[in-house]
Design a protein around this ligand. Structure first.
Ligand code: ZN
Length: 287
């Protein structure tokens, strides 16, 4: 297992972590200045600065991506909505290629409209079928673009609004169905916040293997958790056995970045410098 205690060579910052403090161009600068060599940006942050401008800034600073956030949200009540989702995922894939991302992360979606408090239907099995079909259709484009898709299972508390794929086992079943050859075009993003509680986690990480393990997202689970979306903890402040799980990932062949992804009203209220400096310190002591 790699020793992170002396260096942050394998630290990546998911740029949502400091999205309230800085625009993306500033985030790239602040990370580069600290020797953080990877980020994972969100599409809205890229759009606010401009795709080509971001690509140039990444090149200028020798910054690489650990992922691109995000595609997905496949289910829709009508055929036009399903088609619009596929078009949007193709655009996300093309952006990921322009930025040189190693994968496009998929938050697959669930009951359409639920995010706005108005679900168009209640049939979770239908949503799961639409997700499967949406990934299958997007996978063709992903293969042509040579851009892997990383399915991110989300904690079941998000099952209505954001993702009807809720365990690593479920995500890997989809991978096996749609990419039985383990071609590398389809895999998973393992976000510890979403999967840490799963009794099958170690077993499923081993099952995934190197070809399927495309990303590792880290933060911590606070007790008590005060908000289901925006109360993620800094590594070391909660109950997730981060280093143990990273060990399982590495035993299975994962050798990529540990990407810090913290949605937190607390950390968004702190100065960006403090947040990044704390990420570096905790990457060394708790990841
Ligand atoms: Zn994540």
């Amino acid at each position: 297992m790699r020793d992170f205690s002396q260096s942050h060579e394998w630290l990546s910052i998911n740029t949502a972590t400091v999205r309230r403090q800085w625009r993306l161009d500033r985030i790239v600068e602040e990370c580069a200045r600290r020797g953080i060599r990877a980020i994972s940006p969100w599409r809205d942050q890229v759009a606010a600065v401009g795709l080509q401008a971001v690509a140039a800034r990444l090149r200028d600073t020798d910054t690489v991506l650990s992922g691109y956030c995000r595609g997905g949200f496949f289910p829709a009540a009508e055929a036009t909505g399903l088609r619009a989702a596929l078009d949007d995922n193709r655009r996300a894939l093309d952006e990921a290629c322009t930025l040189g991302a190693p994968c496009l992360v998929l938050v697959v979606g669930s009951l359409p409209g639920a995010l706005d408090g108005n679900p168009a239907y209640h049939d979770l099995a239908r949503a799961r079928a639409e997700v499967r079909d949406g990934i299958a259709a997007t996978l063709e484009h992903a293969r042509q673009a040579n851009m892997p898709l990383a399915i991110e299972p989300l904690h079941p508390m998000q099952a209505a609004e954001r993702a009807c794929v809720n365990t690593l086992e479920q995500a890997l079943d989809l991978c096996d169905e749609l990419d039985p050859a383990r071609s590398g075009a389809l895999g998973v993003a393992v976000d510890l916040y979403h999967v840490w509680w799963d009794p099958k986690l170690a077993q499923q990480i081993a099952r995934a293997g190197r070809e399927r393990l495309l990303a590792l997202h880290v933060c911590d689970w606070l007790t008590p958790t005060r908000d289901l979306l925006n109360d993620r903890g800094m590594m070391g402040d909660g109950v997730i056995e981060i280093r143990k799980i990273r060990g399982w990932m590495e035993d299975a062949g994962y050798a990529g970045f540990a990407e810090v992804e913290i949605f937190s009203e607390h950390w968004w209220s702190r100065p960006g410098d403090e947040v990044l400096d704390t990420c570096i310190a905790r990457h060394r002591s708790a990841v």
